[in-house]
Ligand binder design. Structure first.
Ligand code: XBP
Ligand code: MG
Length: 255
């Protein structure tokens, strides 16, 4: 029986990467007088590295390894990353990022049905707070009794740590939960924790292989713009609502 829906944040709740984190990184580079610009192609590849600080470090190591070692690189990466997050919070607070279509309705339907809603993300608590305050409201935490972020565990996705900690706090078996993710790293993290996972592809993950996903679609869809993809029943076109997720979940965890 489905007892909890566990939501990834970046790419799943909202398209935060293309219009938020990427833009804020570029703003931070410009402010710091650094001659880098991450366009969609570059950033799409960099998303293989989960965690903004790790992504920054990886990029610097790739383009200027000597400078990274010579210029107190770790500290500069930490400073740039802090500034990126402050700029990200401003973008979010200015209303530049929206919840993806169908997300709000799904969260509300789950709560009405007594299904817990949780968050499991590789981003920081501060970033989740900024996004949810802006898109859900100041009391957003009351509807999400369990929020696990990279601040709470040793290893980010694709490690299972974030999901295992979420299960522990929910006090639920993995088979009674369903994860919603947008990326291969997120899917892998959920799978390693034993949680069935539905993928809603995002801007940067439109064509990535998603092996073992319970269903894989290009969004949740709406009456005006149905989503498309594959489900346990074969090709799917329509709207993914709570009853559809419950039906798919039953095929993964038959009781
Ligand atoms: C996605 C991430 C994050 C963000 C940036 O996490 O990898 O690192 O890109 O956030 P998820 P930070 O999809 O699990 O929400 O700069 O705070 O690391
Ligand atoms: Mg994601």
């Amino acid at each position: 029986m489905l007892k909890a829906l566990i939501f990834d944040v970046d790419g799943t709740l909202a398209e935060t990467e293309a219009d938020g984190h990427r833009v804020a990184f570029n703003m931070a580079f410009k402010e710091a007088g650094i001659n880098w610009h991450w366009d969609h192609d570059v950033y799409g590849e960099l998303l293989d590295i989960t965690g903004g600080r790790e992504r920054l470090h990886h990029y610097w190591r790739t383009v200027e390894p000597e400078a990274l070692d010579a210029e107190n690189g770790d500290q500069r990466v930490a400073e740039l990353h802090r500034r990126k997050n402050a700029l990200y919070w401003s973008l979010v607070a200015a209303g530049k990022i929206f919840l993806r279509s169908g997300i709000a309705a799904l969260i509300n339907a789950a709560r009405e049905a007594g299904i817990q809603t949780a968050i499991a993300t590789s981003t920081s608590r501060g970033n989740v707070d900024a996004l949810l305050q802006a898109t859900w409201g100041p009391n957003w935490t009351s509807g999400f009794p369990v929020v696990v972020t990279s601040d709470d565990v040793a290893h980010k996705k694709p490690a299972p740590d974030i999901y295992l900690e979420t299960l522990r706090q929910l006090d639920c078996d993995a088979a009674d939960c369903l994860a919603l993710e947008d990326s291969p790293a997120g899917l892998t993290a959920a799978q390693r924790a034993g949680i069935p996972c539905v993928v809603t592809r995002g801007f940067y993950t439109a064509t990535h292989p998603m092996p073992g996903a319970l269903a894989c679609l290009n969004g949740l869809g709406s009456a005006e713009a149905p989503c498309e993809g594959v489900s346990p029943d074969g090709p799917f076109r329509g709207v993914v609502d709570l009853s559809q997720l419950q039906a798919w979940h039953r095929t993964a965890s038959p009781s």
